[in-house]
Design a binder for this molecule. Structure first.
Ligand code: TLP
Length: 348
C-alpha cells in the first residue's frame, strides 16, 4: 500500500527504535524521566520559549493551550476549517467551556482585519474573546502558510487587545522549511505553540506544547487531569529527540514530492487544484468533476494499492511523508490516472 492518507502514518526509523530500546527512563509524573526532561529542555530551546511539555497527542496539546488561555464562557477565534474546530471533538467546549468563533477564509489563513471583526467585548452583552488560534501550516486547506509578518501582526494586535495567541503548529517544521524562517522566529510572539513529533518528523507518538515556564507548569497539571501523565515515557521521548534533531532536515523531500504529485494531478481531467499553491507536504484537490464521490474514488484507489483521505465534501487529500518515496508518488499518480481514465469525467 502507498499510504498518502496522512503523515501521521509514518513509522519510526531504525535509529528511533534503537534509541527507544536503550532509553533511560523514570517516572515522568514525578518529573524523574531524564529522557523526557531532555526532550522538554531541547524543545523549549529550539522553539525559543522558556519551557515545554511532552504530551501524547496534538489534540491534547491544543486542548491544554485553550484551557490555559481562557475562562469558561469565553470565545476563541480560529478559521472555519481549523483542526481545533473540526477534528478535536469539541474539546474547546467540553474541556474549556468556550465557544468557537470561526472565521471563513477560503485558504485557512486569517488576516488581522478578519480576526478583529470577530472580537467580542466583555460588556455584558457578549461572551468576551480571550484567544486567537492560528494553524500553521493549515491542514485542510493543503498545507498553506501564514506570512511571518502576518503572524507577528496578529500576535502584536491581539496582545494590544488583551488576547492570547496559540499556534497549532502541528506541522510548524514544514512551515519553517518552506518559508526559510526558523521555528523559533515563527513562534517568537505567540504565547504558546503546539507541534507534533509524530507527523512528518516520524516519531511514533508525541507532541510538544511550548510557552512560558508559568504556563507550562500549569499545563503539566492539566495534562494529568486529561489522563496524559505517562510515567516511563522516556521510551517515547527518545524517539521524539531524534525526530526533533534529525528529521526536519529531510522535510524538503516531502515538499518536492507533494509538488510533483500536485503537478501530475492537475493534468488529470476532472481533478481541480492549483499546484502553485502547494508549498509543503499536503495536496488537497477537488474531485467534483470526476462524477465520483470521495468514498467511490478512494475505494477504487485502495483496490489498486493507493490510500488517500478526505478534506471534506468533494475535496480529497494526499499527504507526502517519510515512508513515501518519489517512486511511490509515480506509482500513485499512475494509479490515479488509470482509475480516472475509465470513469468518464463530467467535463472534458
Ligand atoms: N491531523 C490529522 C487528523 O486529525 C486530521 C491528520 O491526519 O492530518 N493540529 C493539526 C493541524 C493536525 O493536522 C492534527 C492531526 C492535530 C492538530 C492533532 O494531532 P493528533 O492526531 O496527534 O491529536
Amino acid at each position: 500500500m502507498i499510504d498518502l492518507r496522512s503523515d501521521t502514518v509514518t513509522k519510526p526509523t531504525e535509529a528511533m527504535r534503537r534509541a527507544m530500546a536503550s532509553a533511560e527512563v523514570g517516572d515522568d509524573v514525578y518529573g524523574e524521566d531524564p529522557t523526557v526532561n531532555a526532550l522538554e529542555k531541547r524543545a523549549a530551546e529550539v522553539l525559543g520559549k522558556e519551557a515545554a511539555l511532552f504530551v501524547p497527542t496534538g489534540t491534547m496539546g491544543n486542548t491544554i493551550a485553550v484551557k490555559l488561555h481562557t475562562e469558561p464562557g469565553n470565545e476563541v477565534i480560529c478559521d472555519d476549517r481549523a483542526h481545533v474546530l473540526d477534528w478535536e471533538l469539541a474539546m474547546t467546549a467540553w474541556f474549556s467551556g468556550c465557544l468557537v468563533r470561526a472565521v471563513p477564509t477560503g485558504n485557512g489563513i486569517m488576516t488581522w482585519a478578519q480576526i478583529e471583526a470577530h472580537i467580542k467585548p466583555g460588556n455584558g452583552f457578549y461572551a468576551p474573546t480571550a484567544l486567537v488560534t492560528i494553524e500553521h501550516t493549515h491542514n485542510m486547506h493543503g498545507g498553506t502558510l501564514y506570512e511571518l509578518a502576518s503572524i507577528d501582526e496578529i500576535c502584536d494586535r491581539a496582545h494590544e487587545r488583551g488576547l492570547k495567541v496559540h499556534i497549532d503548529g502541528a506541522r510548524i517544521f514544514n512551515a519553517s522549511v518552506a518559508s526559510g524562517h526558523s521555528v523559533a522566529r515563527i513562534a517568537q510572539k505567540a504565547d504558546t505553540v503546539m507541534f507534533c513529533l509524530s507527523k512528518g518528523l516520524g516519531a511514533p507518538v508525541g507532541s510538544m506544547l511550548v510557552g512560558t515556564a508559568t504556563a507550562i507548569a500549569k499545563g503539566r497539571g492539566l495534562r494529568k487531569r486529561l489522563g496524559g501523565g505517562m510515567r516511563q515515557s522516556g521510551m517515547l521521548a527518545a524517539a521524539g529527540l531524534i525526530a526533533l534533531e534529525e528529521m526536519p532536515k529531510r522535510l524538503h523531500e516531502d515538499h518536492a514530492n507533494a509538488k510533483w504529485i500536485a503537478e501530475g494531478l492537475a493534468k488529470i481531467p476532472g481533478l481541480a487544484l492549483d499546484p502553485e499553491k502547494v508549498r509543503t507536504n499536503i495536496v488537497v484537490f477537488d474531485i467534483a468533476d470526476t462524477g465520483l464521490t470521495f468514498a467511490e474514488l478512494s475505494a477504487k484507489l485502495k483496490a489498486k494499492g493507493v490510500l488517500i483521505s478526505t478534506a471534506g465534501g468533494t475535496r480529497a487529500r494526499a499527504v507526502t511523508h517519510l515512508n513515501v518515496s518519489r517512486k511511490d508518488c509515480e506509482t500513485a499518480l499512475q494509479v490515479m490516472e488509470e482509475v480516472l481514465a475509465v470513469c468518464a469525467p463530467k467535463v472534458i
